[in-house]
Design a protein around this ligand. Structure first.
Ligand code: FAD
Length: 287
């Protein structure tokens, strides 16, 4: 099918983009990589009157660490994130991005578009939750920051206003030795895609000081698993931390026969163990 007729506005700057979104109100939507929006328009599930193309705004692209914050520009393509060679504490960025879709999806899809799309099994949402991250959003009215915990409201639904544009994803880095990991499960026929992201920070004795764990595909939106996090704090040693987390996976409404919960338990176990092993290696290397 073809989309309904729409106007196309190519933004050449963040200011142009937010001005166009303000001018056209709820009739306008941002377009980034088009990997979700274009098929939805073709199937006429979404029929915006105006499409504001922000995908080519290079000023909003790039991955950096500044002042102990991870910053990922909204228009960073997945393949750019996959090629990022940052500190090994943040291995999750390239690990996650390299596993997304296929070369075409990674070439066009963006991190901001992926977060805004709120697809149940999207990979970036769980990572931002596990890292206790946030998105910086801009509109003609100014800028604000939305914590990841407040961002995902439902499938394809965020707490952004219609005229707001995600400009950056950011996350504070723990002050003690830490590491991150992502593991995924792909079996389209059985359950679609699921993933788990984790971040583990150590205390001076090598125990677990802080942990973030979040899953995609378990529920209709990415979810942070606070009970699993609580179980891991203090569990301490490799083996027991992953098992403690895996025992605290909630059963979601999508999970009639418990299959997703079983898969999530495995993913959570492996993600926590991988992050913990990496964190211990980083601490040992630092002396
Ligand atoms: C075949 C296939 C396989 C895929 N596999 C995976 C996978 O394994 N893992 C995964 O995580 N994802 C996967 N995806 C999704 C992909 O990651 C896309 O990045 C994602 O669908 C949307 O990103 P986009 O940049 O293409 O956004 P678009 O499709 O352009 O936009 C998506 C939504 O976000 C809004 N939007 C876009 N940018 C912004 C912004 N800066 N601020 C506010 N709103 C914005 C749009 O208005 C729209 O509502 C797959 C997609 C396809 C088609």
């Amino acid at each position: 099918m073809y989309p309904r007729a729409f106007s196309y506005v190519r933004a050449h700057s963040q200011e142009e983009a937010v001005a166009a979104l303000a001018e056209h109100g709820p009739d306008a939507v941002p377009l980034a990589g088009g990997m979700s929006l274009v098929p939805q328009m073709k199937y006429r599930e979404r029929n915006p009157a105006v499409v504001v193309d922000v995908g080519w705004l290079r000023e909003l692209a790039g991955v950096t660490v500044e002042e102990r914050r991870l910053r990922i520009g909204a228009t960073t393509r997945h393949h750019e994130a996959a090629a990022w060679r940052g500190p090994r504490e943040l291995a999750i960025v390239a690990e996650l991005a390299a596993g997304i879709g296929d070369p075409q999806v990674r070439t066009m899809g963006t991190v901001g578009g992926s977060i805004a799309a709120v697809e149940p099994a999207g990979d970036w949402g769980p990572a931002v939750l596990a890292l206790r991250g946030a998105v910086r959003v801009a509109s003609a009215r100014g800028e604000r920051t939305i914590a990841a915990d407040e961002l995902f409201l439902g499938p394809r639904r965020t707490s952004l206003a219609a005229d707001e544009l995600i400009v950056e994803i950011e996350a504070p880095l723990p002050s003690s030795p830490f590491a991150t990991a992502q593991v995924r499960f792909q079996a389209r026929a059985a359950a679609g895609f699921m993933s788990c992201a984790s971040c583990v920070a150590l205390d001076d004795a090598g125990g677990i000081a802080e942990v973030g764990i979040a899953c995609g595909g378990l529920e209709e939106i990415p979810v942070r698993l606070d009970e699993a996090e609580a179980a891991v704090r203090g569990a301490g040693t490799p083996g027991s931390a992953g098992r403690a987390a895996a025992d605290r996976i909630p059963s979601g409404p999508r999970d009639g026969n418990g299959f997703r919960r079983t898969v999530a338990a495995r993913l959570v176990h492996d993600a926590v163990e991988r992050a913990l092993e990496r964190a211990l290696a980083i601490k040992e290397a630092a002396g």
